[in-house]
Design a protein around this ligand. Structure first.
Ligand code: GUN
Length: 295
């Protein structure tokens, strides 16, 4: 059994990003990322903190915009409109989930598709469906693919089962897996899927993304499967200073011995997501200079 070390693979990807940032700097452009967070959700603040810190490590300019819980739709739209018009900002990300008064879809549609480094805007979703490389691919599924590729996992013709159909992970994950270059046979399972464990046992590559702690148990997993655990869930743990521990959607201890390879939580998909965000921000900066390819 191989533990797929996302932190290590992400570190390599970030080293490449650092070089690319330096190359852009030499041409007089500093990539800029705006991260907008509304409200106090503690997990979201941790993620945003990691994103901003990684920007600083790479030499990417970042602007963290923290808005109060009671921020109105109109106020948030105005913030996004300002960032769309700001030439020092190449990428815009509004951390999800926002508070309930916010219509997230309307916000996403307002973000300039050329600055939509999350890949959530309909233009970028459409480009992903059409396999048009000029768009932005959502960071988490992009990170999962990168991890599979770097780990040398054979995907062509493999049965891949994605659990979850979210816009952030499940749907784009399925599209990437079935795409040219990956060529997996994809099943998307969700809360209404019948005989879920049986469906999952068909998987050569199993990708749970449902946000339910330790939901995937050993009976979901075929001997020799590759498991990419997208879940990051907080479980109460009074023995820790933080008061919680992080677990994935997979019951790691019982599942890992059956696997050919598995990602840990933390240290699996999470660091990959941030590395892909950095890559998307660099891509946005390059495109703004009329250099969509290479460089
Ligand atoms: N919340 C969880 N994952 C993500 C992500 O990839 N982007 C944004 N904006 N919010 C998230």
């Amino acid at each position: 059994m191989t533990i797929l070390n996302g932190k290590e693979i992400a570190t390599d990807a970030l080293a490449e990003c650092r070089e690319q940032v330096q190359a852009l700097e030499a041409q007089g452009v500093t990539p800029g990322l705006a991260v907008v967070i509304v409200g106090k959700d503690p997990a979201s603040h941790v993620y945003v903190g990691s994103k901003v810190k990684t920007c600083a490590d790479l030499g990417i300019y970042s602007r963290r915009i923290e808005l109060p819980e009671e921020t109105s739709q109109r106020e948030l739209l105005e913030v996004v409109a300002g960032l769309n018009a700001d030439p020092s900002i190449h990428g815009i990300l509004v951390q999800s989930p926002p508070p309930p008064q916010i219509d997230e879809e309307e916000i996403i549609r307002l973000i300039d598709p050329d600055k939509d480094v999350d890949g959530f805007h309909p233009v970028n979703v459409g480009k992903l469906v059409m396999e048009d490389d000029s768009g932005f691919v959502p960071c988490t599924p992009q990170g999962c693919i990168h991890l599979l590729e770097r780990a040398g996992i054979e995907t062509a013709g493999a049965n891949a089962v994605v659990i979850g159909r979210s816009m952030i992970v499940g749907k784009p994950m399925a599209l990437l897996l079935m795409g040219r270059g990956i060529n997996a046979t994809v099943t998307v399972a969700h809360s209404r899927t019948r005989e879920l464990a049986r469906v999952c046992r068909e998987a050569d590559i199993l990708i749970p993304a449902i946000g339910r702690p330790e939901f995937v148990t050993a009976d979901f997993v075929k001997e020799g499967a590759v498991v990419i655990d997208v879940g990051i869930n907080r479980l109460e743990d009074s023995s820790r200073k933080s008061g919680y521990k992080l677990v994935g959607d997979v019951a790691y201890e019982e599942v890992a011995p059956k696997c050919r390879a598995i990602t840990p939580v933390p240290g699996g998909v999470g660091p990959m997501t941030i590395a892909m965000l950095m890559g998307n921000t660099i891509k946005a900066a390059r495109s703004s200079m009329g250099q969509p390819e290479g460089g």
